[in-house]
Ligand binder design. Structure first.
Ligand code: SF4
Ligand code: SF4
Length: 312
């Protein structure tokens, strides 16, 4: 069984993503949906379909072996449009064009704006953002606060009849904002998380002391014998924490802990790099996001945990 991405297959086959989805929907390509626009397909079935479509064997083998189709081919990200000049609007080389075909496909139908729960707040309108990008008004859209009002819920993307990847676009716009101009406490939180392992810079000793104290309270209140499991090697589940809880709402941690206690769950919290809220993700800071994710993976390996709980 191999995993395929709709966008990747569309590019290789030289068709629109909707065509790939239609192949799958109609059963022409037997595949089952997973998450994030990916599908599972039997290797044999995939090879059969590729042969039918005349895809060269070396390309099929690379896909099957999971070697990145894009490796060494970054220039393909913004190629001369396969749709022809007549369909191109605005700056074709815009850094915001996540995919060569998508922006030109916008119908300006407004379904995205209708579906957006915060459409109209401070002038936010996903359709307007797409138009600005298509028209090459990159610096204006990067300087605007609209992409930062967006909650990245993805409702606009779900509503879009052309399957434009709007959330990816909004995140890309955020990534282009100078870091010291990222609104609110978000970038400060990223810097703090990189320095101290959590968004609010809570020192390790304070965090551990608080966890122990809350655990003692819980034992007295309703869970006799409860001891907060900190850095327990071999625990089944690693629990990460939203730093606003130990900072301002420590009792909120008890809800999960009570459930774990009642269920007899084997779990633990790491005393370091325990932050579960990755503001690198929300601010479009890929490097920071990678480091924070890597730290959680390190904790999983160090404590030999099999499962992970993220608060968001
Ligand atoms: S829903 Fe899609 S096609 Fe319609 S305006 Fe929004 S981005 Fe464009
Ligand atoms: S992802 Fe952003 S723009 Fe799209 S519906 Fe959600 S809040 Fe609105």
């Amino acid at each position: 069984m191999i995993e395929i991405r709709v966008g990747e297959i569309a590019d290789i086959f030289g068709v629109h993503r909707n065509t790939v989805r239609n192949w799958i929907k109609s059963g022409a390509l037997a595949a089952s949906a997973t998450v994030a626009k990916k599908y599972f397909v039997e290797e044999k079935e995939f090879r059969r379909f590729c042969a039918l479509q005349g895809i060269p064997e070396n390309v099929v083998s690379r896909l099957v072996s999971k070697e990145s189709y894009w490796a060494g081919r970054e220039e393909k990200i913004m190629p001369q449009s396969s749709f022809g000049e007549a369909r191109t609007v605005g700056d074709r080389q815009s850094v915001l064009r996540a995919d060569p075909g998508w922006a030109d496909l916008c119908l300006t139908c407004g379904s995205c704006a209708s579906a957006c729960p915060i459409s109209g707040v401070d002038g936010l309108d996903p359709r307007k953002i797409v138009r600005m990008v298509v028209l090459g008004r990159t610096s204006e859209v990067v300087a605007s606060n609209w992409p930062w009002k967006c909650t990245m819920c993805g409702k606009c993307e779900e509503a879009c009849p052309m399957n434009l990847e709007l959330v990816k676009l909004f995140r890309r716009i955020r990534s282009l904002r100078e870091r010291d101009k990222v609104p609110g406490p978000l970038h400060k939180g990223v810097v703090m998380a990189l320095r101290r392992g959590n968004n609010l810079g809570i020192p390790r000793a304070d965090f551990v002391g608080l966890l122990e104290e809350v655990g003692e309270e819980l034992a007295e209140e309703c869970c006799p014998g409860f001891v907060t499991p900190i850095d327990v090697e071999g625990a089944g589940l690693l629990v990460t924490v939203n730093s606003k809880e130990p900072f301002g709402e420590p009792d909120d941690m008890k809800f999960w802990w009570k459930i774990f206690h009642a269920a007899g769950e084997s779990w633990t919290i790491s005393s370091e790099n325990w932050e579960g809220v990755n503001w690198g993700l929300f601010t479009g800071d890929d490097d920071a996001m990678r480091i924070m994710v890597g730290r959680i993976v390190d904790n999983m390996l160090r404590l030999d945990c099999k499962k992970l709980l993220l608060p968001e």
